[in-house]
Ligand binder design. Structure first.
Ligand SMILES: [Zn+2]
Length: 603
């Protein structure tokens, strides 16, 4: 079972993931998997780009007495003699730096500071070529723990992002920069960077490899799709590559975007059930425990890859207060994630229904269900329920608006058409240097295409947070929309305060469900749960008894009163109007998507 959002450790990651869109620049495209050109055991060769580019990084793996000791980074910089250059130094770098610090050749440090205090180094050039070198040290550990997405350099592998390891010259963002990696014999080292990029994109990179790394690739229509993986995850690699390519291709085709090469770097997590992702220039890194379900990481890839378009290609984020736009950025992404996973054949109809039901239950039981949009700006980073709200609210609004558009235009225009037209508008705006963020552009384009003025709807359901409900046929004729009524959720103690007190049970409700189950104020709990407000879910806590002993307390978090929310169910008998698929807007989905076995229609 996935614990992507379990509390507290990964909940924090989940908050960051959703807030900052952990995969900000996932590759836009992926060539379809046709000829299976799995290419195991061959290291991806990073082209030698020589010194023709004004800014060049060389990363070399280093060994002393047959042991990997770390990395040597060399930066070659073309500069005007006598000029000064400031280097930005990632703060993560300083803790991994060797005692020799930053060594300069062809110039001098201003202020002589080899190790910077303010994460800046200034140099004065004495020649047209300045070289800076530094060593990043391995901690020598054999431990495969990479619970965070931070730089790790172990005894036989490493994972390091450009923005935490490379010093970057200031004020030269558009200059062309290249990075080469030379690896130890028997090692495989890969990167998402395969050629020169603007310097501003050098940080958006990963360097990943070791003696235990392999590369698998698929190349179709000139676009190569590479997966770098540790041998411990060999059993997952091919399935991951195939599924990722299928969904990424489906998404690219949906938006009509041309194919481009994709890099996926896989990093094993020690905790079997944890996973997360992070976007990079032309690809992403995926942090995966061995026991993470296929369904879970697939959803993560599908969601994060869609952020290439929503909101990035349809107007982008507002210049300030981007959380006010999360209803579109996250909510519409959620709606399309499920729909494209279904239409590409990677999800069954039941997977799709189950996924909708998680959203509908979370929305329906949310203590902040009717919070105004401004609350998301204020509390998104610190409140789990507020954080999840735009995902669910925006998702439900997306399908309701799709239905409204279709009704108004007699089936001619749906949400797909509006968003695709919005992508073209955004391109024109960009060329004309006009800035209209996705949330502002959306109602404009919707009005032009459908005649519908969304001012009232967006005011009610987004700004003021009025409750949203699916209509009986919003998601088509294949599913029924039912109301579930159940007891309200009551944990019986204050989870947040308990977490802050490092697991010491705080805020026990007298006579509440936790107390009835035997928990007491001051009990030392081990908390590892996916936050929910659903009283159907049994809670379970390990309580420390001291002396290394513990016991487990489990109970249903049933409070007084009831709550009602919507849930979907597949129709047992399918009406003729039900197509072979439950996804909303199915008729407009591209016919090029992968075929899947269709269930026979029952007349
Ligand atoms: Zn997202």
């Amino acid at each position: 079972m996935s614990r992507q959002n379990h509390f507290p450790a990964v909940a924090l990651i989940a908050l960051l993931v959703s807030t900052y869109g952990v995969v900000p620049t996932l590759a836009e495209s992926l060539a379809p998997v046709m000829g299976d050109q799995a290419n195991n055991d061959i290291a991806a060769s990073l082209p030698m780009l020589g010194r023709t580019y004004p800014i060049h990084y060389q990363i070399s793996t280093e060994r002393v007495a047959e042991r990997f000791t770390g990395l040597l980074v060399r930066l070659d910089l073309s500069v005007e003699p006598g000029s000064t250059t400031t280097l930005d130094v990632p703060d993560q770098l300083t803790s991994h730096l060797s005692a020799s610090g930053f060594v300069i050749d062809g110039g001098d440090w201003i202020g002589g500071g080899a190790v910077p205090k303010d994460d800046k180094l200034a140099l004065k050039a004495a020649s047209p070529h300045v070289t800076i070198t530094y060593h990043i040290l391995s901690d020598g550990s054999e431990d495969l723990n990479a619970d965070s997405q931070h730089m790790v350099l172990h005894a036989n592998w490493f994972s390091m992002r450009g923005d935490e390891s490379l010093v970057i010259p200031e004020g030269r963002g558009t200059a062309s920069a290249s990075v080469d990696v030379s690896e130890l014999p028997g090692w495989t080292v890969t990167s998402n960077l395969t050629g020169p990029v603007p310097l501003s994109q050098v940080g958006d990179s990963i360097f990943l490899g070791g003696s235990n790394y392999r590369v698998m690739s698929r190349t179709v229509s000139g676009a190569t799709f590479r997966l770098a993986y540790p041998t411990a995850l060999s059993n997952k690699a091919a399935a991951l590559l195939d599924a990722a390519s299928t969904i990424m291709t489906a998404e690219r085709r949906f938006w009509g975007t041309p194919a481009k090469p994709v890099y996926i770097g896989l990093i094993e997590l020690k905790d079997d059930a944890d996973f997360s992702g992070r976007g990079l220039q032309g690809g992403f890194s995926l942090y995966l425990g061995d026991a993470v379900e296929h369904k879970s990481w697939l959803r993560l890839i599908a969601h994060e890859n869609l952020h290439n378009w929503i909101s990035r290609s349809i107007g982008g984020f507002p210049a300030t207060d981007s959380n006010l736009e999360a209803w579109l950025n996250e909510g519409f992404t959620e709606a399309y994630t499920a729909r494209l996973l279904l239409s590409s054949g990677l999800w069954t109809e039941q997977d799709y229904i189950d996924d909708w039901n998680i959203s509908l239950a979370r929305y329906g039981t949310s203590p902040v269900k009717t919070a105004p949009n401004s609350r998301i700006l204020v509390d998104r980073q610190r409140d789990y329920d507020v954080n999840k709200l735009p995902y669910d609210r925006g998702r439900i609004l997306a399908v309701i608006l799709d239905q409204k558009f279709r009704t108004k235009t007699h089936g001619r225009v749906g949400l797909d058409d509006v968003l695709r037209a919005q992508m073209l508008d955004a391109k024109h705006n960009e060329k004309a240097a006009r800035v209209i963020s996705a949330d502002q552009l959306f109602p404009e384009v919707a009005k032009r295409l459908t005649g519908l003025d969304l001012t009232d709807d967006l005011g009610r359901f987004i700004d003021r947070g009025e409750s949203l409900s699916l209509g009986p046929d919003t998601l088509g004729a294949c599913v029924t929309v039912n109301i579930v009524t159940q007891p309200v959720f009551d944990r019986g103690f204050d989870l947040h305060a308990t977490f802050k007190a490092h697991g010491v049970l705080t805020g026990l409700e007298s006579g509440g469900p936790a107390e009835k189950a035997g928990l007491r104020e001051g009990d030392k709990l081990r908390i590892d749960e996916t936050p929910t407000n659903d009283s159907r879910v049994t809670l379970s806590y390990r309580v420390d008894d001291g002396d290394g002993q513990s016991h487990t307390v489990s109970y249903r978090p049933i409070g007084t009163g009831t709550v009602s929310f919507q849930q979907l169910a597949a129709r047992a008998i399918r009406p003729k109007t039900c197509s072979s698929n439950v996804a909303w807007g199915w008729k407009s989905a591209p016919a090029t998507l992968a075929k899947r076995p269709h269930r026979k229609e029952t007349p």
